[in-house]
Design a protein around this ligand. Structure first.
Ligand SMILES: C[S@@+](CC[C@H](N)C(=O)[O-])C[C@H]1O[C@@H](n2cnc3c(N)ncnc32)[C@H](O)[C@@H]1O
Length: 391
């Protein structure tokens, strides 16, 4: 075991049987829960687990070409907007959705040490009393539960910044696996989202990027670089050789490791892992809805198009301004969104309703109680038997 100051890096065999380095913090082993799929089974079958209470259902008249996306032809589906702490919501979701979520995007608190306000109202507190151990434990438990919710071909994008990315990568490697090649589960990309917001420190380089980590549950996952890429076109970009046929059509060739690669000008290039073409939302951006830390819809559009298919199920358990459910809805994906903040839920709900069209969704919150669950089939979800009684 190696000791790196405050933390310890040790060699472990992770729960996927891989021998690898591990990040250890105070409380990791005393608090550890749900570390394996077998232990998740215990949660799923635990009748004392909290469950959801549906307090409103929102259905708009659908336009002719706007279908009510459904997981199967026999079951109607309602998207879900849930008020609650992820510590309660994720275990409750496991009961219904273990292994069924196709795409997860999370933009959790970054341990900034700040309170975030929208106007005078507190949106959420990101202070953590400077307790990095507590924060890492919280993040670790989140990743473990999210992995168990993910479908075998699912992907997770974790949006962080310079404060936490390095810790999160080691933890994600432990939970999802680290295979720098392309043919295993786990790490796929460290995406740099580079933006030009105001403010430049005189003491160090201006910090102008966030990091979005992409991990997959297995080697078989959905990825469509062509949907989000730029057309190769006729303009010269690098060392490729340009060939123009008699019809004026351009092809690009390059040889590498003894092989000749040929690309048509009409093909689409997968974007690189540095995204500089999506602007942050400036103060007066019309997309802004007033929620602090709101991310641009273009970012989510790229992620959802690349890593999911129509009708797939998308989850964001820190939905804030509602960017993920709104973009998912517009792109015909099913979605589940959650946040602990009443303001986030209100903002998300208003944002969804401000769209010209929105698929039916229900508002839920965690209901305390110990009722057993039964499948009522209503809203395409599994609801607790004595839902009303538990309010
Ligand atoms: C960085 S913001 C997300 C911003 C969002 N991606 C957007 O574009 O608007 C983090 C969110 O996590 C929520 N949050 C913090 N702790 C939470 C918890 N334990 N459970 C659920 N939500 C939580 C906060 O209320 C906040 O809305």
């Amino acid at each position: 075991m190696l000791s790196c100051g405050y933390f310890t890096v040790s060699k472990i065999v992770n729960n996927r049987g891989i021998n690898m380095a591990e990040l250890v913090w105070k409380g990791k082993y005393t608090n550890q829960q749900w570390a394996s799929d077998e232990e998740a089974e215990i949660i799923i079958s635990n009748p004392t687990i909290q469950h959801f209470y549906t307090y409103e259902s929102i259905e708009r008249q659908s336009a002719d070409n706007w279908s009510n996306v459904a997981p199967s032809s026999t079951q109607s589906w309602y998207n879900r907007l849930i008020l609650g702490d992820k510590n309660a919501v994720l275990p409750a979701l496991l009961y219904e959705f273990a292994g069924q979520i196709n795409l997860i995007y999370i933009d959790p608190p970054f341990m900034t040490g700040r309170d975030f306000k929208s106007g005078m109202q507190l949106a959420y507190s990101d202070k953590w009393d400077n307790d990095l151990d507590a924060y890492l434990q919280w993040l670790y438990e989140t990743f473990i539960l999210l992995r168990q919710l993910l479908a075998s071909n699912g992907s997770i994008y974790v949006h962080l910044d310079w404060r936490i990315t390095h810790y999160a990568r080691v933890i994600l490697d432990e939970v999802f696996g680290y295979n720098p090649g392309t043919d295993g589960p786990g790490f796929k990309n460290e995406i740099i989202w580079h933006y030009q917001s105001g403010g430049r420190s005189l003491k160090h380089y201006a910090r102008k990027h966030d990091t979005i980590l992409l991990y997959t549950k297995s080697a078989h996952y959905c990825f469509h670089g062509e949907r989000i890429g730029e057309r190769r076109g006729a303009k010269k970009r690098n060392h490729m050789k340009k060939c123009v046929d008699t019809g004026g059509h351009v092809q690009w060739t390059i040889s590498s490791a003894g092989r000749l690669y040929t690309y048509d000008e009409d093909t689409f290039m997968t974007p690189t892992d540095v995204w500089s073409d999506i602007s942050h939302l400036h103060q007066k951006d019309p997309e802004r809805n007033g929620y602090a830390t709101q991310k641009p819809a273009a970012l989510l559009e790229r992620i959802i198009l690349a890593s999911s298919e129509e009708n797939d199920l998308v989850l964001d358990c820190f939905c804030g301004s509602g960017v993920t459910p709104t973009v998912a809805d517009q792109l015909g994906r099913r979605w589940i969104a959650c946040d602990q903040s009443e303001l986030a839920l209100k903002t998300t709900c208003e944002r969804l309703l401000a769209q010209d069209q929105v698929h039916p969704f229900i508002l839920q919150r965690i209901a305390e109680g110990t009722s057993a669950h039964v499948n009522s089939g209503k809203y395409g979800i599994i609801e607790p038997a004595n839902n009303q009684a538990d309010q």
